[in-house]
Design a protein. Structure first.
Lengths: 113, 93
């Protein structure tokens, strides 16, 4: 959501709205992670009264969707694509192939046997 | 040789004190595994590379060393705007 978005762009990779959105979600998740973990701890602690735990459950589900880790998705640094990303290189499969063939990825070479 | 349960429990308690873990002989779910998890947020937030300085900022930073350069893209843009404004003026807007 735009209320979480930083006023000045602070990333230097390929930019489109999906990348900006994902970056915002990552920052919001980092900000709210302690709160989420505290609520998760309360929910899973069976020694606490049932009412407290139920309230914590409600509170966790009512947090903004940008604070959820499941909203975060690996995106390509060169093309912003959201599918077919190599996690180790943060590149989509096409960009990975192009960079690897150009020799920009250390230690990567085309298989041949 | 069977070891009495009380003795094992006291050993477990001592272990927990030494390694500062929670003494929980009955295996009650206390949610401590959540507290043991590390925070993933900072590493997730660093996924995209930070923005580097722009050419204009670099030129400004190195001016005191008497290093000068031309930001061609910026000047082309300025010329384009100047041309646009002058054509508008001749058309009488």
């Amino acid at each position: 959501m735009s209320m979480f978005r930083s006023k000045k762009m602070d990333i230097g990779s390929f930019l489109n709205i999906h990348v900006i959105r994902d970056h915002t979600k990552r920052k919001v998740y980092a900000q709210f992670e302690p709160e989420r973990q505290a609520l998760r701890h309360i929910i899973r602690n069976t020694t606490l009264p049932a009412r407290t735990r139920a309230e914590a459950q409600l509170q966790l589900t009512q947090m903004h969707c940008y604070t959820r880790p499941t909203q975060i998705r690996g995106r390509c640094l060169m093309g912003g694509k959201g599918r077919g990303i190599f996690r180790d290189f943060k590149l989509s499969r096409y960009n990975f192939r192009m960079q690897a063939l150009e020799g920009n990825l250390p230690g990567v070479r085309k298989a041949s046997w | 040789m069977a070891v009495p349960r009380a003795r094992l429990l006291s050993l477990m308690k001592a272990q927990c004190e030494i390694f500062s873990t929670t003494y929980n002989p009955d295996g009650i779910r206390m949610g401590n595994k959540i507290l043991r998890q590390r925070l993933r947020g900072p590493s997730l937030a660093k996924y995209y590379p930070p923005k580097g300085p722009s050419l204009n900022e670099l030129l400004k930073d190195f001016k005191h060393l008497e290093l000068e350069g031309v930001n061609e893209e910026f000047e082309d843009w300025q010329e384009h705007i100047a041309g646009f404004v002058s054509t508008r003026a001749t058309m009488g807007f």
